[in-house]
Design a protein around this ligand. Structure first.
Ligand SMILES: [Zn+2]
Length: 84
């Protein structure tokens, strides 16, 4: 058990991850127009396909003292449809 092989495998995996990240980055680039969801508290924008769960995650992480509907009023308006 030298451990050298394991390290090599891990480095290869990390390289692959970097490649995937780069691919995702260029995809984000083309989606920039669709940043139609905005947090009303910090004005951060989100892609229109951002799910309610992600919005709630943002609100809880960034604005634990604010209600999620204060950050994303649109979550209040919907009646169950638009569940992506
Ligand atoms: Zn925010």
């Amino acid at each position: 058990m030298g451990g050298g092989n394991g390290q090599k495998a891990r480095m290869a995996r990390e390289k692959n991850l970097e490649k995937q990240k780069a691919a995702k980055g260029s995809q984000l680039e083309s989606n920039k127009k669709a940043m139609t969801i905005q947090c009303k508290v910090c004005m951060q924008t989100f892609i229109c396909t951002t799910s309610e769960v992600k919005c709630r995650e943002h609100a809880e992480a960034k604005h634990p003292k604010s209600d999620v509907s204060a950050c994303f009023p649109h979550l209040n308006n919907k009646t169950g449809e638009m569940n992506l």
